[in-house]
Design a protein around this ligand. Structure first.
Ligand code: FES
Length: 590
């Protein structure tokens, strides 16, 4: 007998189906459940969309199919679920021909990309990890560009929460490292980013749009106003001013300068998170397109104006008034940059970093001034600051309290943000340098206050590591094994040092570190640490300093691993369901 088409498979005779009530069709396709119910025939993927339990073991009543594992219920006709966390079950066409039942064995949609975009929107709207994971898999399999996926998630995050959150920061951090990740890890990175954005927005009030001013004040006035509104915590005014700057066509550097100037009105605001979020919003626009500036950039303003500055904290005021020291030095910056402008070949990054780790704040500030006088540009100072902050983490003493890791971490990710923003702002405008360099001064003081985290310093492993494996694959496996166990901080550091001193590929090591993060239920800071480390390694390259930076990353990650890995389980289930695998083969066999 001929099949209705090559895509159809014979399920059995209609009489047999009526007798048994249900049949399962196996073959080189997904198992298909065919159900006879009150005179009608339905065909569905036999694997429950939640976790793959065989639906043939479910029950049917009043047109509703119930899976008995977690009791998700589905409309038999459409496959749509009544329980959103379980996801819809795919259905397929059925034909009865000459008394036989045939089912179509392919599950597809006319416009796959549109289908998965819609599924992603549903997953984000209801914070459904499994739906998000499947949608991410579907979008990537349909060939949708990563930037398009990131754009959808980023815009959802900006519109459905009143302010930039950790989810958007994680999304951007992971999106930044996508170019070095293999396919499987890219799927996990996008999934984690989207999942965290959805979680951030769950139950939150959506953002209310503001409009730019009707006038076009000059750029200097807009920058002044943004600082003024930040000082008096006037969010509405600050947002409208920023929107006006965007509408007026400010360049990316001008926008960065204006927000950086406003963001540094308070020292090390919100332990550095405020500036880090601003930097991430800029990086997000680089990824998704600057035509989205009005939708994304204002999301950082609420936190920026509300942030608590370090000037309100005792540690920054006594026994040394660090805020006053920074302010005093800021007034000298214009002259210092003018003096140093003739020297273009400054290269004292590593030496300056060592001075930034000193224990006298006045000497630290003097070292920065001297570097400027000698020709260091703002971005050079940022690079030195970031390396010095990485050394705080690389030398973090194991006797410290666990929570102290976050103090070291905050200084590093803040310093990285300062470095990235100063690079973006550039050197076209001397006024810009002066204001923006306040961020370096604040970062240097935060680093100074964290000096006891290196007393005594942890030893940074060097060349004497002959007892460790030499092959890169074995080193990588040993590193992942170290992350499988608690408190393997020094083991992880030694393995990273071993890999790099033997001249193995840094990219291979970075992929291993990324894998170590992406398989965990990682905290916000772990994503930040990974991405900032990769960025800074990119600045220093294959040098001792670059090695120290990746050692710092590995030490931090080792201190925060392992976790339950529940998110990875969800991503894995989604992947196997999407690929047509049988998650419960023994139970599903018939
Ligand atoms: S409800 Fe079916 S597997 Fe969970």
């Amino acid at each position: 007998m001929e099949a209705p088409s090559k895509e159809f498979a014979l399920a059995g005779s209609l009489e047999e189906l009526k007798l048994k009530g249900r049949l399962v069709v196996h073959g080189g396709h997904r198992p298909i459940l065919v159900i006879y119910d009150r005179g009608r025939i339905f065909a569905l993927d036999n694997r429950c969309p939640h976790m793959g339990f065989p639906l043939e073991r479910g029950s049917v009543e009043d047109g509703i199919l119930t899976c008995h594992w977690h009791h998700a219920r589905f409309d038999l006709e459409s496959g749509c679920t009544f329980d959103l966390w379980a996801d819809d079950v795919p259905i397929c066409p059925v034909e009865v021909r000459n008394g036989d039942v045939w089912v179509k064995t392919t599950f597809t949609h006319a416009d796959l990309a549109a289908h998965w975009h819609q599924r992603l929107a549903n997953g984000l709207a209801h914070d459904l990890g499994l739906v998000i994971a499947k949608a991410m898999h579907g979008l990537l399999a349909a060939g949708v560009p990563q930037a398009e996926i990131i754009r959808q998630v980023a815009l959802f995050g900006a519109q459905n929460r009143d302010g930039w959150g950790v989810g958007l920061t994680i999304l951007t951090a992971l999106a930044n490292i996508l170019p070095v990740l293999p396919e499987e890890e890219a799927y996990l990175a996008l999934y984690h980013g989207a999942r965290r954005v959805a979680a951030d927005c769950d139950g939150e009030a959506p953002r209310r749009e503001r409009a730019p001013l009707g006038s076009r004040p000059d750029p200097a006035a807009l920058k002044r106003w943004l600082r003024r509104w930040t000082n008096v915590r006037h969010r509405e005014a600050a947002e409208r001013t920023l929107l006006t700057a965007i509408a007026a066509g400010f360049s990316r550097a001008e926008l960065a300068d204006a927000l950086f100037a406003a963001g540094t009105e308070r020292a090390f605001a919100d332990t550095g998170h405020s500036l880090d979020f601003i930097n991430k919003a800029f990086e997000c626009l680089d990824l998704v397109g600057w035509q989205q500036a009005a939708a994304l950039l204002p999301a950082v303003v609420g936190q920026m104006v509300a942030a608590r500055g370090a000037e309100e904290s005792t540690a920054w005021r006594q026994p040394v008034d660090l805020v006053a020291l920074c302010e005093e030095s800021t007034s000298e910056l214009a002259d210092l940059f003018a003096a140093g402008r003739g020297s273009r070949d400054w290269s004292g990054h590593a030496a300056l970093a060592q001075e930034l780790l000193g224990d006298d704040p006045a000497s630290i500030v003097d070292a920065l001034k001297e570097a400027i006088r000698a020709g260091a540009a703002p971005a050079d100072l940022g690079q030195s600051l970031a390396y010095a902050a990485a050394l705080r983490v690389a030398r973090f003493g194991n006797a410290n309290e666990y929570a102290d890791w976050e103090t070291a971490h905050h200084a590093f990710t803040y310093a990285n943000a300062v470095h990235q923003m100063l690079t973006r702002i550039g050197t076209a405008n001397i006024d810009t340098h002066v204001t923006a360099v306040r961020g370096v001064l604040h970062g240097a003081m935060a680093l100074y206050l964290a000096r006891y985290l290196n007393v005594p310093p942890a030893r940074i492993p060097g060349e004497q590591l002959d007892d460790l494996p030499a092959d890169p694959g074995t080193i990588g496996a040993a590193l992942l094994d170290a992350f499988d166990r608690q408190r393997q901080v020094d083991v992880a550091a030694s393995l990273v040092a071993r890999h790099l001193t033997l001249g193995h590929s840094p990219q291979t090591l970075i992929v291993t570190l990324a894998h170590a993060v992406l398989r965990e239920d990682a905290g916000f800071h772990a994503y930040q640490m990974l991405e900032a480390g990769v960025r800074q390694y990119g600045a220093w390259g294959d040098t001792d300093e670059g090695r120290h930076i990746l050692i710092a990353v590995a030490r931090y990650l080792a201190a925060h691993s392992p976790t339950e890995r529940a998110s990875l389980q969800t991503a894995d289930i989604a992947r196997r369901l999407m690929r047509g695998g049988k998650l419960h083969q023994e139970a599903g066999s018939s």
